[in-house]
Write a protein that binds this ligand. Structure first.
Ligand code: GDP
Length: 359
């Protein structure tokens, strides 16, 4: 399952956000017995409004969402790369995750200490990114100094590490550099923290959220160079998840907010990771699956079971809107909205797919 790490300085709102995420998944845990929650890891259902429309059309007994894990990686402080505050342990946790959600404090509250004395989101971003960068630099230099024993890729890896070191020495995080997909794959295997996709989550005050103001917008957008940024109030998120589903909708409508913070984060995570969803629909269950953008039909079949991929014959595909409009498979089929696709078919976000395969 994909893992997102919540990273940031102390007292920026990571735990508040993590608890809101955990609450939102606990509310659904009844339907997801396999959803184990440990103090620092929460499995969260990926919200997708298409699921209930599809389940309605197919009269499915059950809805099964995709899931994402969020990990609260608390305790990163200035000096972490030198081992400060158990720094290396936290950095090792970050190495495990697929995407980093960098929580940055933009709310002021006299009662809650800021580790550097004042609210300065740009400085917070710099402090954390410097630690990740220094950790990568140490790791690259360590790997370069090792005597490489054989291996076909020795020279390529060495050249890649040397290039990485040059960027890192100039303060450039590796995910901001354009690498070929092969290079990027190699860098990820080498465990570089700054090569991971990052989403910046700017934690603003309830007042700013209610007034629809976006503090530090210009400066933050300049600093983050087009990478995804989400402004939200983790405190409001924590309140929203305490409400029943009906009250939640009313509450958000009152605040003129169209979707919850969780929905916005997950959308950015899917975008940053280049992921899409497809569905399998039937009387037993309506289920969402996650695949990489541009995945072909057999790869999508493989998400369900490796036998489906191996024995793939064809895919019968209905776009989700057609499935809903024509009230199910039969209706869509008689309206000419079902296509039969072969192994080169590229799956679209929102496809309802029935795989035919040999066992
Ligand atoms: P962490 O150290 O990053 O995990 O931060 P916490 O989530 O524990 O938050 C630290 C303190 O800030 C707690 O007392 C939270 O209630 C408070 N806090 C978190 N988010 C907000 C916010 O949006 N507004 C205000 N006023 N306080 C917040």
């Amino acid at each position: 399952m994909m893992q997102c790490g919540l990273v940031g300085l102390p007292n920026v709102g990571k735990s508040t956000l993590f608890n809101a995420l955990t609450e939102s998944s606990l509310a659904q845990a009844e339907n997801y017995p396999f959803c184990t929650i440990d103090p620092n890891v929460a499995c969260v259902c990926v919200p997708d409004i298409r699921l209930s429309s599809l389940a309605n059309a197919a009269q499915s007994k059950e809805i099964i969402s995709s899931q994402i894990q969020f990990v609260d990686i608390a305790g990163l402080v200035k000096g972490a790369s030198e081992g400060e505050g158990l720094g290396n342990q936290f950095l090792a946790h970050i190495r495990q995750v697929d995407v980093i959600v960098h929580v940055v404090r933009a709310f002021s509250d006299e009662g809650i200490t800021h580790v550097h004395g004042s609210i300065d989101p740009l400085l917070d971003i710099d402090v954390i990114e410097t630690e990740l960068l220094l950790s990568d630099l140490q790791s690259a230099e360590r790997q370069l100094s090792k005597k490489h024993k054989g291996g076909d890729n020795r020279e390529t890896t060495k050249a890649l590490l040397e290039r990485g070191v040059r960027y890192l020495q100039n303060g450039i995080p590796l995910h901001t550099v354009s690498w070929s997909s092969e290079e990027y794959y190699q860098l990820s295997k080498l465990g570089f923290l700054t090569a991971k996709p990052v989403i910046y989550l700017i934690n603003i005050s309830e007042k700013d959220m209610l007034n629809n103001t976006v503090p530090y917008q210009k400066k933050i957008l300049e600093r983050t160079h087009g990478r995804p940024v989400v402004w939200m109030s983790t405190k409001i998120e924590a309140e929203v998840v305490q409400l029943s589903l009906e009250d939640r909708i009313l509450f958000l409508k009152d605040l003129n907010i169209h979707c919850t913070g969780l929905e916005r984060i997950i959308r950015e995570v899917y975008d940053a990771m280049g992921l899409i969803s497809f569905f399998t629909v039937g009387p037993k269950e309506t289920r969402a699956w996650t695949v990489k953008k541009h995945a072909k039909a057999p790869e999508a079949a493989g998400c369900i079971h490796s036998d489906f991929e191996r024995g793939f014959i064809r895919a019968e595909v209905i776009f989700w809107e057609d499935y809903v409009t024509y009230k199910g498979e039969l209706g869509a089929k008689s309206a000419g909205r079902m296509s039969t696709e072969g192994k080169d078919y590229i799956v679209r976000d929102g496809d309802v797919i029935l795989f035919r395969f040999n066992v």
